[in-house]
Design a protein around this ligand. Structure first.
Ligand code: SF4
Length: 368
């Protein structure tokens, strides 16, 4: 194993670092609803939501989700569309689909019990090392280290680790460091303490080193190199796609189509459209892509708006058009399902975040 910095600290120092982190956490942690429980289902839901999403955003979703699906049996019995609707706006919808499938599997095969063993829990849909470590350490007191972006940043500064935090090969270095530092007597509290220091003290920009419980041992601070950590490799800029979206009206109803469950935004509903081809106007791209994806002939009436939306690996600039249905039937081998709905009925369907950027303008439009 590559030397990580933590291996050069003495056992005594590690004990002191653990104690400082946990004492600081006891006195300074934020009051968050999922910290008031060690119920494995609640911990699991919160940690799935917290992956990729800010704490402040998660709070209301977490409460709403548990109101609607208070235990694993409610979740397992729920309709997939209701789960997605409850998750709507939180993004990364595979998280919701996987949580739902895992709940169904546990109810069908394990009397609804959440396993407290690594191998059994880790093989459930959507459960990676992070979720497994979170649930097993916080809910069951098992000695597994949690490693997320906050933890990697703290460890990289504390032990002056040069491995780039955004290189997948570095993961084992950070996990091994976290494992060696872990307080095995209170792993859940310890894991949360490191993450909390990362979230509110050792922040990405301008860390508050004066308030840091581990400043005595921090190598980056001692070397006056805090700004040099964490090390990152440069990523190539994400591509930007120009798209056209068609709000197709037939009478007073609008066409929405459902995306396949196994892909990006799987199971969500959207207006049809597609990527503009080179040299093609946005309006032509809209009519062509609606024809190609759902098989309808439409007439472009007006441009509603232009929206921009960023996903993890690409960005989209989309022109949204109001279109009038002129002919054809929605193709059976196109989207997995379609509906003609009144504009005011759109709120019953889980829609992608990009659509919520133009739906207010759509609802205000008098021609719909
Ligand atoms: Fe981060 Fe500063 Fe604490 Fe070091 S001393 S771990 S850089 S906040």
């Amino acid at each position: 194993m590559e030397k990580t910095g933590v291996s050069e600290t003495s056992k005594k120092e590690r004990r002191a670092i653990r104690k400082a982190l946990v004492s600081w956490f006891t006195a300074n942690q934020r009051r968050l609803p999922w910290r008031e429980t060690t119920d494995p289902y609640h911990v699991w839901v919160s940690e799935v939501m917290l992956q990729q999403t800010q704490v402040n955003t998660v709070i209301s979703y977490y409460k709403r989700f548990l109101d609607q699906f208070p235990d694993i049996f409610y979740l397992a019995a729920a309709d997939a569309q209701d789960v997605l609707k409850c998750w709507e706006g939180l993004g990364y919808y595979a998280r919701a689909r996987n949580l739902h499938s895992a709940a169904r599997r546990l109810v069908a095969e394990n009397q609804g019990r959440i396993p407290c063993e690594w191998a059994a829990f880790r093989k459930l849909p959507g459960v990676g090392d992070y979720i497994a470590s979170a649930v097993l350490s916080i809910a069951f007191g098992k000695p597994y280290p949690m490693v997320d972006g906050n933890v990697k940043r703290v460890l990289s500064r504390l032990f002056a680790i040069n491995a780039p935090v955004n290189r997948s090969a570095s993961y084992r270095i950070f996990r091994e460091t976290a494992r060696m530092l872990l307080d095995k007597t209170i792993p859940g509290r310890f894991n949360q303490a490191v993450m909390e220091v990362g979230a509110i003290v050792c922040k990405p920009r301008r860390p508050d080193c004066d308030a840091c419980p581990v400043r005595r041992w921090c190598r980056a601070l001692a070397d006056d190199r805090v700004a040099g950590y964490p090390v990152r490799i440069k990523r190539t800029p994400v591509p930007e796609y120009r798209m056209a979206i068609g709000v197709v009206a037939k009478g007073r109803k609008l066409l929405i189509v459902q995306r396949p469950y196994d892909g990006m935004l799987g199971g969500l509903w959207e207006f049809p459209g597609g990527v503009r081809q080179s040299g093609e106007s946005a309006a032509s791209a809209c009519a062509r892509s609606v024809g190609e994806t759902v098989g309808l002939e439409v007439e472009i009436e007006s441009r509603l708006t232009r929206i921009r939306h960023a996903y993890t690996h690409f960005k989209v600039v989309a022109d949204v058009f109001l279109c009038r249905y002129r002919g054809g039937r929605v193709r059976r081998n196109g989207p997995i399902a379609h509906q003609w709905v009144l504009a005011k009925g759109l709120s019953r369907y889980p829609l992608p975040g990009s659509h919520h950027k133009f739906i207010p303008a759509l609802l205000e439009n008098r021609s719909i």
